[in-house]
Ligand binder design. Structure first.
Ligand code: ADP
Ligand code: MG
Length: 579
């Protein structure tokens, strides 16, 4: 159980405030996360890491000399938004370009990629190395689909050491990739984790049993056995990793860094008992152990569990590994303390003036606001259910993520509408707020959908039903471009595309918006239900494909619920297609 919080919705923000207050020697807060509070030489590549909160010391605790230059910090178990990543990278950049490195999760990939694209557009050189160390999350032929767990530390450290050593962006990227290619992890769990304020753990492991192949977001294990002895566990961990030694490594005579990671509520003493046997087993294979790590490097709230990571060194990696590090949570050797840098004026969120609009569009903006209210109310009423179905094969955050997004969208849309914005600007501001605050994959995708509709609404005149249908169609294309999911992959695309096609068909046939929308919402609902029979091929649920059979996709389900609720709200006045 997580026991202490104020309002659970504020937990991540308040946690970051306290973390920064306690660690001013290393970090300072910026919009979207933290950056080093110490000077960095001009032209040094900035290593920017990040991910959801709940994994301390990942990610904020790993910012400081010799390690990351900045960390984008999302909400609990939710990816930071593209805006957050962008803002942190901007603050961390020293003119040498930015290397992004983070665990390979769909939401993180979407948001970091979007930030990277934007930065490149602004002339900042960027590269990305997503960490894929968890050998149980995909087969060796699909290494690029594996997720990142405690091996994050190995890749972050090598990337940062390469940056400090003066490599350019291409050099830092090459070395980070080399580190990732030579890092493998494998983990187990004895109990699930419970988010602040949640009544139920995200998943549970039966008493006396051990889940194998856990994810750090509470994604359920892939297999289960009786809890072994400490020696038995050490044997399992080592055997699994020796089964998958990277190409080019000869085990006998190899040099490797072992990282035995505690996931949150395993005692250090227990870890040491396990490590005792791990070290014996590695030595028996003729492996020279370098700089062993036993402790908490990437946790999952209060999850009881552990993972073993091996970083198989070569000469180049070992030279980089030996360099000193000084961060709030992680120290190695002794660094020459860099001077403190002056506080960044953290980017104030200035209330942008609203562009001009006409009376008709402002009236529609009022309707947009009502739609946002309906969306927020619908999500509120279903938040537990959405979390529950996401927990079956995903990470259980779909309800809270949608809730944060919908609430932020309503707030931003209300401010814009009250400031006299037209319908397009009102919805565009709401879309940006949704993507920024929701985190997760679905947050970014809802931002895309709403932005596309907003573009078609414009700020003058009353939009025709066909414009709305065209906006939804553009949103569906945008989601598929951005998230790369196709029909049948068991994602929200499976509800969005039938919805969009039906809406288009009905408006083309001359139906008024309410009629067209209501029929389309029925199609979306049917399609969302039908996702229960599909196996997920995208997103977090993919490693647990079979578990999700019989349960609809959470993102498709929430989309259908929202479409249905909006249908109930729409006014027959939408009929006037040429208005
Ligand atoms: P996260 O997966 O980051 O935890 P959420 O739980 O909020 O985010 O949303 C999960 C939903 O996102 C899934 O049920 C699915 O509908 C949708 N999703 C995940 N990946 C993709 C993708 N690549 N394309 C479209 N939708 C996706
Ligand atoms: Mg989720």
């Amino acid at each position: 159980m997580t026991r202490i919080w104020n309002d659970p919705a504020d937990f991540a923000d308040e946690m970051i405030d306290g973390f920064v207050a306690a660690n001013g020697r290393h970090v300072q807060r910026v919009s979207g996360g933290v950056v080093r509070s110490t000077e960095v030489p001009e032209g040094q590549v900035a290593v920017v890491i990040g991910g959801g909160s709940g994994h301390y010391p990942a990610f904020g605790g790993l910012v400081g000399q010799g390690l990351a230059h900045g960390a984008a910090l999302g909400n609990l178990f939710a990816s930071p938004s593209a805006q957050q990543v962008h803002a942190v990278a901007r603050a961390a950049d020293n003119g040498g370009g930015v290397l992004f490195t983070y665990g390979n999760y769909a939401g993180d990939v979407l948001n970091f990629d979007a930030a990277q694209e934007r930065l490149r557009g602004e002339g900042v050189a960027c590269a990305t190395v997503a960490v894929t160390d968890d050998i149980f999350s995909a087969a060796p032929e699909e290494r690029h689909k594996r997720r990142g767990i405690a091996g994050d530390l190995a890749v972050f450290r090598i990337a940062a050491a390469a940056a400090e050593a003066g490599h350019d962006l291409a050099g830092v990227e090459r070395l980070a990739r080399l580190a990732n290619d030579r890092t493998r992890s494998f983990g187990v769990a004895f109990s699930g984790c419970t988010l602040p304020g949640a009544e139920e753990p995200l998943f549970s492991v039966p008493e006396g049993r051990m889940a194998i192949g856990l994810g750090i977001h509470g994604e359920p294990g892939i297999d289960e056995t009786d809890v072994p002895t400490a020696d038995g566990l050490a044997e399992l961990l080592v055997a699994k990793l020796l089964d998958e030694v990277p190409a080019g490594v000869d085990v006998a005579g190899a040099r490797a860094v072992p990282i035995l990671n505690g996931l949150g509520s395993l005692k250090y003493e227990e870890l040491f008992v396990v490590y005792r046997r791990v070290s014996q087993l590695l030595a028996a294979q003729g492996i020279t152990i370098v700089d062993p790590h036993v402790g908490e490097y990437c946790t999952s709230f209060d999850m009881a569990g552990t993972s073993l990571t091996l970083l198989w060194l070569d000469e180049e990696l070992e030279a980089l590994w030996e360099t000193p590090v000084d961060t709030p949570a992680y120290r190695r050797g002794s660094v020459d303390q860099a001077a403190r840098r002056s506080e960044n004026a953290s980017a104030a969120i200035d209330a942008e003036a609203v562009p001009e609009s006409d009376e008709a569009s402002r009236e529609v903006a009022g309707r947009v606001r009502a739609v946002l209210e309906t969306i927020a109310a619908t999500v509120d009423a279903n938040v537990d259910e959405l979390g529950r179905i996401d927990a079956i094969a995903g990470d259980g955050d779909h309800g809270i993520g949608m809730q944060r997004g919908a609430k932020a969208a309503l707030a931003a849309g209300t401010i814009a509408a009250e400031a006299g914005a037209g319908a397009g600007t009102t919805l565009a501001r709401a879309a940006a707020a949704w993507a920024d605050k929701a985190g997760g994959t679905s947050g970014a995708l809802w931002g895309v959908i709403l932005t596309s509709v907003a573009e078609r609404l414009g700020d003058s005149g009353k939009p025709a039903a066909a414009q709305v249908a065209a906006g939804v169609a553009a949103g569906a294309r945008g989601v598929m471009d951005y998230g790369k999911a196709e029909i049948g992959d068991k994602t929200l695309v499976d509800a969005l595309v039938p919805f969009s096609e039906s809406l288009q068909r009905n408006t083309d046939a001359g139906a008024d918006l309410r009629t067209a929308w209501t029929a389309a919402a029925e199609d979306a609902t049917r399609a969302a239900k039908a996702t229960a029979d599909l196996l997920p091929r995208m997103g977090r649920a993919r490693p647990h494909a079979e578990k999700s059979l019989g349960t609809p996709d959470p993102g498709a389900h929430s989309l259908a619920l929202i479409a249905t609720a909006i249908g109930g709200l729409l006014h027959p006045e939408g009929r006037n297609r040429n208005a």
